[in-house]
Design a binder for this molecule. Structure first.
Ligand code: GRG
Length: 304
């Protein structure tokens, strides 16, 4: 099994669900067109890939797998909304995303703002709908919403914007990244297990596998972000599908600006090693961790 196999299988698994998040008759609406433009513009689909891996690793049945797919598409909608808004002139002001012109470059700022709103709102509708149909999914739906909000991605972005041009310390950088990037990755790694076992909050906080999955998510999230910071200084836009050198341009604090390139690479190696230690603990519990080991190896070296 290689990362290419995993990415191909995930993309095939996800594509039909993503095409149908808006009904045919809704697809005439300009905001829906803009949302679908960004949703289907490609992207690594790394969060859905993690959701599939957790589901397969923790013994998902076929019928539950359909629900994991529904939640995977929903998380990809939340992620895509964040990218559309992040690219707006009022935030990062970017014209290239996923190798294509950004949403506002194609549809204008107003429609792009609405497209992001629509993706987030529709994602929340889907989470409510799933929990109405299956009350055992209520905590999983709540968890995914919460991780997108102030305790998660929005909170991280808020610290990020507030820190531009300022000197921040490593502790604040960790908090920023844990929220901005780590929270959605935690949703990806953990939610399938909550769904499969229909866990409530107390069970989610005490179950041994759930605790290990959250630990794994933390190390994967940091590995992902540190590599992202390294790629911003080392990569080429044609490979990365987005512009590079932005962190320096915007005077952003990153693992590279605070630790230097070598220091960031050392931190990345430590996070990868910690992720592997958690995987070996999961392995000792009888879980097949091969897929996650392939993913973690990829995160250390990914070039896009
Ligand atoms: C607007 C609330 C709000 C949040 C924006 C996503 C985000 C928060 C900012 C984007 C800037 C950035 C570099 C974030 C950290 C890493 C990250 C999330 C990169 C993009 O995710 P990938 O690499 O993208 O998974 P693809 O296109 O492959 O899906």
């Amino acid at each position: 099994m290689t990362i290419t196999d995993l990415a191909r299988d995930t993309s095939a698994w996800l594509s039909g669900e993503l095409e149908s998040v808006f009904a045919k008759e809704q697809q005439e609406d300009i905001t829906v067109k803009a949302a679908m433009y960004s949703l289907n513009a490609g992207g690594k689909r790394i969060r859905p890939l993690m959701m599939r891996l957790t589901a397969l690793m923790t013994g998902c049945t076929d019928s539950k797998m359909e629900d994991v797919l529904y939640y995977a598409a929903t998380l990809e909608m939340i992620h895509t909304y964040s990218l559309i808004h992040d690219d707006l002139p009022a935030m990062d002001n970017d014209d290239l995303r996923r190798g294509k012109p950004t949403c506002h470059k194609v549809y204008g700022e107003g429609i792009a703002t609405l497209a992001g709103d629509l993706l987030l709102n529709t994602a929340c509708e889907r989470l409510f709908k799933a929990a109405l149909k299956e009350p055992g999914y209520l905590y999983a739906s709540y968890f995914m919403c919460k991780n997108a909000g102030l305790e998660g991605m929005v909170g991280g972005q808020s610290i990020d914007l507030d820190s531009e041009g300022k000197t921040i310390d490593l502790d604040l950088l960790y908090e920023l990244q844990r929220k901005k990037t780590g929270a959605l990755i935690e949703s990806a790694v953990v939610t399938p297990y909550y769904l499969i076992n229909e866990l409530n909050e107390l069970q989610a906080n005490t179950d041994k596998t759930a605790c290990l999955l959250r630990k794994l998510a933390e190390h994967i999230g940091l590995s992902f972000q540190i590599r992202d910071d390294i790629l911003d200084v080392e990569s080429d836009p044609s490979v990365l599908g987005k512009n590079t050198g932005k962190d320096l341009r915007d005077s952003k604090a990153t693992f590279v600006t605070l630790l230097g390139e070598d220091g960031a690479k050392d931190r990345l190696s430590e996070e990868i090693a910690s992720a592997k230690t958690v995987l070996s603990e999961l392995g000792k519990m009888g879980y097949d961790t091969d897929g996650y080991n392939v993913l973690v190896d990829y995160l250390e070296k990914r070039d896009s």
